[in-house]
Design a binder for this molecule. Structure first.
Ligand SMILES: NC(=O)c1ccc[n+]([C@@H]2O[C@H](COP(=O)([O-])OP(=O)(O)OC[C@H]3O[C@@H](n4cnc5c(N)ncnc54)[C@H](O)[C@@H]3O)[C@@H](O)[C@H]2O)c1
Length: 304
């Protein structure tokens, strides 16, 4: 089960945190792994140590540095992968960072930089991966393709202190769903994970205390290693029929999200004509009556 022997996987932002665990997981399943991270001394050291860890158990891995959202760096990532391993089968978009602020205090740069690293970062690497697979399919070659994108529950529950991050993470879901539709005919899947884990990203945030290891040394639910098996499964041949899905993953739990579904379609009681504001007030008032509670009301973090 989950054998990835002969497959080539690229993981962005894989020097540390979740990406590192995912890279190790895929290598343990037999994939040859390309570890991308930003070209900075701390990230380079982390990426090299991830490569060494994989080599220590007989796996194959290389590190390729560059900004996941930069077109030239992403092209170099793809080219180096193809030159080194001859193919590219599994694209895990994972890299990113946060610049948390409430919307009234957020600068243009705080907004743009976070949307760029997450949403554009997913876009450029998805584009390069899917273009490679399409070219192979057009040439009549067999294609094995898996896209795994990294969103966040911030995208669906909202996140009052992360308007930039939540918007980027929602955009990732939309983009991954479109890719699932488009690539189905090639047998390529596209799925989205929403992890929860104690990493550099969350160590200083509002969930840091909740994500801490238990004092009694028991199972650490928020160890990023707990997220990696789902990525390994979604990347595997056995998961070939699963596409266009969004799953929350942490600890010993995987939650499959329901797609947004129609709650009610209300027809104008006066027939085929434009609504008046008065009639909308009457019709929608039945839903939004005195017992109505906004969906975002009542909590500041997703329910755990
Ligand atoms: N940790 C959580 O609870 C959680 C929850 C929801 C979503 N996520 C998402 O999971 C992913 C991984 O986050 P993490 O918690 O492991 O964080 P992390 O900070 O531990 O790891 C992020 C990695 O991305 C790299 N990176 C940053 N900018 C980059 C760039 N421009 N190009 C290439 N690499 C870059 C960093 O150097 C680092 O190695 C992110 O997309 C994050 O938004 C994490």
């Amino acid at each position: 089960m989950g054998d990835l022997t002969g497959k080539v996987a690229v993981i962005t932002g894989a020097g540390r945190g979740l990406g590192r665990e995912e890279a190790i997981q895929l290598a343990r399943q037999g994939a040859r792994v390309v570890i991308n991270d930003i070209d900075r001394p701390d990230a380079a050291e982390a990426a090299h140590s991830a490569v060494e860890e994989i080599k220590s158990f007989g796996g194959e891995a290389i590190a390729v540095f560059g900004d996941c959202a930069d077109s030239a760096d992403a092209e170099n990532l793809m080219k180096t992968t193809l030159d080194t391993f001859g193919d590219m089968n599994i694209m895990i978009n994972n890299a990113g960072f946060c610049r948390d602020k409430t919307i009234f205090g957020m600068s243009d740069d705080e907004f743009d930089s976070v949307v760029r690293v997450h949403l554009r970062g997913h876009f450029v690497n998805m584009r390069n991966a899917t273009a490679h697979w399409r070219e192979k399919a057009k040439a009549g070659e067999a294609v094995y393709g898996r896209l795994i994108s990294t969103s966040s529950e911030a995208a669906i529950y909202g996140s009052a202190g992360q308007p930039n991050y939540a918007a980027a993470k929602a955009g990732i879901i939309a983009m991954a769903m479109g890719a699932a539709q488009l690539l189905d005919k090639y047998g390529i899947t596209s799925n989205v994970i929403m992890p929860r884990a104690l990493t550099d990203m969350t160590a200083g945030g509002q969930t840091a205390e909740m994500f801490a290891p238990p004092a009694d040394g028991g199972f650490h639910a928020f160890d990023p290693a707990n997220v990696a098996p789902l990525v390994g499964y979604l990347a595997s041949p056995e998961a070939g029929r699963i596409s266009g899905e969004v799953m929350v993953v942490w600890g010993s739990e995987v939650s499959i999200l329901q797609r947004p579904k129609l709650l009610d379609a209300i027809a104008n009681p006066k027939g085929a004509q434009k609504w008046s504001v008065d009639d909308l007030h009457t019709a929608l008032g039945e839903h939004y009556n005195d017992s109505y509670v906004p969906v975002w009301g009542g909590y500041t973090v997703p329910p755990f």
